[in-house]
Design a protein around this ligand. Sequence first.
Ligand code: AMP
Length: 601
Amino acid sequence: MPSSVIRKTMEGAHVAPHLVDYEKACADFAWSRATSQLAGLPGGKGLNIGYEAVDRHVAEGHADRVALRCISRDDSTRSVTYGELAELSDRFAAALTRLGIGAGDRVFTLLDRSPELYVTVLGTLKNTSVLSPLFPAFGPDPVCQRLRLGDARVLVTTEALYERKVAAQRAALPTLRHVVIVGRRGHALPGTVGFQELMDSSPGGFAIPATRPEDMALLHFTSGTTSAPKGAVHVHAAVVAHRVTAQYALDLHTEDVYWCTADPGWVTGMSYGIIAPLTLGVTTVVDEGEYDARRWYRILADEHVSVWYTAPTAIRMLMRATPRGGPYDLPRSYDLSSLRFIASVGEPLNPEAVWWGQEVLGLPIHDNWWQTETGCIVIANFAACDIRPGSMGRTLPGMEATVLARGEDGRAAVTDGRVTELRSPAVEGELALRPGWPSMFRGYLHDAERYDAAFADGWYLTGDVVRRDADGYFWFVGRADDVIKSAGHLVSPFEVESALMEHPAVAEAGVIGRPDEIAGNIIKAYVSLTPGRSADSALTRELIAFGRRRLGPAVAPREIAYDQHLPKTRSGKVMRRLLRARELGLPQGDTSTLEEREGPA
Ligand code: AMP
């Protein structure tokens, strides 16, 4: 039987870890020192993420270093140096200026992982416009809703994605002035301009305007439980946290070849797929292809990946392809000897997965925790510290976290503006963080009330339930609210319910996550039907197809169940908590707010 701790000794390690002594690193840490690691804009003109990510390296004489190793779907590869990336992002920034797009204007991307995505992100940031990435597997509803909520001025996308997801609703997006199409030359679609034409006609060369650290830089949409998606606002100063946390939690060094498998449509793919590695001058692998066990092992080997940041769903898929106990034919047929550090984020990482890494890849998986709002990793297992498999690890230097007592609604109890910290080990409560680090979100766009509601008594309330052990390791228990993590993607039950209710057969819907061995949860919808409609397999197929068309495969329900008497509160809200309890065969808890079914008409 394995012990319950993976002991770390760094003896013989050929790369000295950034964080060696956890207690000392915490005691010595100061954000002012982390800030001094950044170059800042020349002439004291402020702090700009785009400059830190590319131009800085060119100014320091590293224009020839490879920034991106792009692997296309057909396996052909292309390298982009820091010098090329600086030149291309300048060109894109200048093109934006010529289009009349300036400071604070929102530029959205709906793109697969490609060099053009990096150029758009970095050029937008250099232009002091705001970048908002969208996940290409979203359907038309989530895409257009976010474009609307975020006041999109520019959308950079591909012809296929535009035609499938945006064109039909373009008239309902009055702020959207420019749609830039990647990958097609000539014969532009009506109302669009070609990315390459734009780049070719751009004057090139670009002087980054003065940028204040508190200027808005990124807008990441995240899911709520009861209404529209929330646009979390991040500022240029976030780069301070991206850089130092990548050193501490991912142990990234300039010499590394690094692969973050998260899509840049989500916060991990932006903070740690684009910004953090580039600010450290690292070579980053960009794979346009989708998950495939053989392909992934091959990329790790062929690209000599040394640091790999991935997600529990992907690890569980690899575990299925290569179970513990051998014969390990698949990983052993590739040379994975360059790999020295593996980390994972986004959903609970089961202890078995940590041990699987140790046995099959020769390295344990280091779980870490954070969320869209925090902008950077907050809790982590570090390269030089013992791992307790199943734990998310300890807070990063410069961060403070606590566990708060919860009230009846499952969220932190706030009485007369005060919360109660639970200091005894192993007690469950809501995870709360003391705000103050540079990548902490600065607001929800156009929604000050929701932002204020996320804080109490000087703490930011994360919505996660955790335990903390006597040594400060945090253990994930579950969500305190109804949002669902499916294959690493945060899904709003409200968004799914709203879409389903637009189908003429659906009267009401309640959406929950059904536990799934690989994806963590899959989206399951309970629906009641309109009069005259009856439940049968044809309707199920129709509803699933309807959901996929509207919401896209990452968000759409995979299972439909019918119930003409969905449990509801007296105020008429479907009680997802009870649906979840039913699904899991658990006690249904307090039902005092349930509506009375047989009440007076
Ligand atoms: P997102 O804002 O989409 O990045 O999702 C953040 C949420 O993902 C957190 O609030 C958690 O519920 C979940 N999450 C992130 N990392 C972990 C982890 N290491 N273990 C368990 N849940 C996690």
